[in-house]
Ligand binder design. Structure first.
Ligand code: NAD
Ligand code: MG
Length: 408
């Protein structure tokens, strides 16, 4: 899939030698919400260096980042957008283009850590390549785990790559799991349950009728988190939690029956682990992605850093409610896919990405998103042990099915 000769040729373009005593970080998707948070974390972190940046359509922003942080490598992944702007000479920075440029950066021998912050299935090949080259991957791109979690974990076991979650819930679970004797292993008999918290999104208290009239503007207005548009819509449908159930299932190798979702509107408790003795360990911090990003870089160490702190001087109320599976049917899809594995993750993810894009384009209604995903998932031809190529083909098929669904 990624011919070695082609990679070597691209790698040779980036021939500068790394600084010896600092960790080189490549941020894939540096112009996004996670990418920008990662830049600000790394900029203030001693011992780490911004080595490479990639961006897709926001060419001016990527150029500004390149001027400000002076990385060795910058990749404009969307050739079309890059050709609209004249790219000036960036002294000390090599410029590259396209998907091959991202993969060359992710696999470059000088790259120590890859922050996988591209949104959606578009992040799969570069994350896969980084893991294939045994890198530490600070994983924000949950869709890669949803599409190909089983294959990704197998590959990481073969290459020794470390996958450290950036998704706040999974970072919390990862941290809580270290309270047990079998550090970090969700499959240990000591672990009774992984409890994923969910803010519930902006429509937590909407009834079904109100849900039918939701506008794009309302859905983009998340109560506690500032994120890119796709994950913001996923949070509103609670498809984000469905994707996170699947992500947790593969990342921690746990039986989906041991994963529970709890609505916690304040987004302070980022998730919890219940151990066999009944002890529940939680991880708390303000709703801000800098901490999970920083921890994925510095793990197993903790450093003071610049992340916001909880303020216990003022009153802090924490609520927990069971989720409503009828108003948020995406959750059922998440459990089904986590149980069935095989091709279901690729189909659900592809269908959801296409449906969210259609909702943002005002082609379908808010409640259509999950209804369309349900139908596409039910109609697909299940395969239990697919190759990566078969998964990518199912992704394409699911998107086409959504387009047909819209046309009907
Ligand atoms: P975003 O939309 O703000 O940024 C996406 C980034 O991906 C941008 O840099 C963009 O240039 C790049 N990109 C988009 N399409 C691309 C393509 N086809 N090829 C190459 N690059 C492309 O998204 P985000 O909110 O930063 O989310 C990024 C990932 O992190 C998602 O998988 C999301 O689920 C996950 N995540 C985000 C948050 C958050 O707080 N934003 C929290 C947890 C997990
Ligand atoms: Mg999350």
């Amino acid at each position: 899939m990624f011919p070695a000769e082609r990679l070597n040729r691209l790698n040779s373009v980036f021939s500068k030698s790394p600084m010896p005593d600092r960790k080189n970080i490549a941020i894939l998707g540096s112009t996004g919400s996670i990418g920008q948070n990662a830049l600000s974390v790394i900029h203030s972190l001693p011992g780490y260096r911004i080595y490479g940046l990639t961006g897709h359509s926001r060419v001016e922003l990527l150029l500004n980042q390149a001027r400000k942080y002076a990385p060795e490598i910058v990749v404009f992944s969307d050739r079309g957008s890059a050709s609209d702007v004249s790219i000036p000479a960036l002294p000390g920075t090599s410029v590259s283009y396209g998907k091959a440029g991202i993969i060359a950066l992710a696999t470059h021998e000088a790259t120590d850590i890859v922050v996988a912050a591209i949104v959606g299935r578009a992040g799969l090949e570069s994350t896969w390549a980084a893991i294939g080259h045994g890198k530490r991957v600070a994983l924000a791109n949950k869709e890669t785990m949803v599409v190909a979690g089983s294959q990704i974990m197998k590959l990481a076991a073969e290459t020794g790559a470390e996958i450290i979650p950036v998704d706040s819930e999974h970072s919390a679970l990862f941290q809580c799991l270290h309270s047990g004797n079998h550090s970090g292993n969700g499959n240990s008999s000591e672990v009774s349950r992984l409890i994923l918290t969910a803010s519930g999104g902006p429509f937590r208290e909407f009834d079904s009728q109100q849900m039918n009239c939701v506008t794009v503007e309302q859905a983009l207005n998340h109560p506690t988190w500032e994120m890119g548009p796709k994950i913001t819509i996923d949070s509103a449908t609670m498809m984000n939690k469905a994707l996170e159930i699947i992500e947790a299932r593969w990342l921690f190798g746990i039986d989906p029956a041991k994963i529970e979702v709890v609505v916690h509107p304040q987004s302070i408790v980022h998730s919890m682990v219940e151990f066999c003795d009944g002890s529940v360990i939680s991880q708390m911090s303000p709703p801000d992605m800098k901490l999970p990003i920083q921890y994925a870089l510095t793990y197993p160490d903790r450093i003071a850093g610049d992340c916001p702190r909880l303020d216990f001087e003022s009153r802090l109320d924490l609520e927990f409610h069971p989720p409503d599976f009828d108003r948020f049917p995406a959750l059922k899809l998440g459990y089904e896919v986590a149980r069935q594995g095989g091709t279901t993750g690729a189909v659900l993810n592809g269908a959801n990405e296409a449906a969210v894009a259609a909702f943002l384009n005002k082609e379908i209604s808010f409640t259509d998103i999950v209804a369309a995903c349900r139908e596409v998932l039910d109609n697909h031809e299940y395969e239990s042990n697919p190759s990566l190529e078969a998964l990518l083909a199912q992704d394409v098929w699911a998107r086409e099915e959504i387009n047909k669904w819209i046309a009907c």
